[in-house]
Design a binder for this molecule. Sequence first.
Ligand code: NDP
Ligand code: GDR
Length: 320
Amino acid sequence: MKSALITGITGQDGSYLAELLLDKGYAVHGVVRRSSTESFERVAHLADRITLHQADLNDLASLTTVVQEVHPSEVYNLAAQSFVPTSWKQPLLTSDITAIGVTRVLEAIRLVDPKGIKFYQASSSEMFGKVRESPQNESTPFHPRSPYGVAKVYGHFITVNYRESYGMYGVSGILFNHESPRRGKEFVPRKVTDAVARIKLGLQKELRIGNLEARRDWGYAGDYVRAMWLMLQQERPEDFVVASGKMHTVRDLVRIAFDHVGLDWQKHTVQDPKFMRPAEVDLLLGDASKARRVLGWEPEVSFEQLIRMMVDADLKRNGG
Ligand code: NDP
Ligand code: GDR
């Protein structure tokens, strides 16, 4: 039986990936960090089918112990300080987890079984930042715009380096924004769909938002974790861009979400400079033709379907 170890299993992607791997018959193990209150909400429904191990991306010994004990066939490194604005407020913590943390996971694998354990690194379209060309593909140069983006560039290249130095099967999946009803509420799509549901139900007055002109290539997390798994099933380790190939503004997102509940977005939305960033990524648009050609990967959920799915889930969650 194949086994997988997921760091960041309690996050959005970790929960969808755990479901996918269980469906495929894997023994699924997850790394969780110690906290005074456990918040395993996203994987609570899988509690009796997965095994959780305490370790931290900042602690090599704990990671090595888990990799030794589980000896998985595949490691998915999804753990990160993943919220871009926090990376300006806590740049060193972000570097420690999101950048150096990748080396710690790679070192744990190198010490235990570098040739037998496959490794997936959760890289990001934020690495493209101030884009040099559009759409962005696997050979587009990086120009990150936040400490988070800089940390992800490190994570990308250390993965490439361990592959080239030790012959490890390590891949970097350059994923564009992906969302779901399980997305954290601080990220803009979930912030919007939760606010829309609450405004519709009379629980909140307005949506306060930052840059409405920012453009992103948004997809559904359930589609994107499939690409992660496919990347580890190939003969040769290679890096892939995973994206929908369609771009929308934050304004489009807000309008579609309010339209879905029959409200006029302009009457309920206030722009607030508090949510503007010191340096912005104006636009991201991915070219996933390599993933389509080599992995046979295709997204199934459209942007409009995704936003409606998230609004419906938030209406339900808020008692609607
Ligand atoms: P989340 O923020 O939802 O999840 C992050 C996970 O990392 C959580 O499980 C969190 O645990 C864990 N974590 C944070 N710090 C540590 C630590 N020191 N030790 C161990 N675990 C830790 O992220 P997503 O699921 O959205 O994203 C998954 C990965 O993909 C991240 O690396 C992200 O940067 C990257 N990515 C995400 C994209 C997206 O659009 N979602 C796009 C491209 C890349 P806890 O629950 O304890 O906080
Ligand atoms: P991003 O996602 O920074 O792309 O990183 P986020 O949803 O936070 O922002 C997307 C864009 O929306 C603009 N924006 C706002 N953002 C937030 N959070 N809150 C607001 O009120 C708001 N108003 C406008 C932002 O300025 C930005 O341009 C996500 C994370 O999941 C990363 O971990 C991942 O690597 C990238 O996606 C790909």
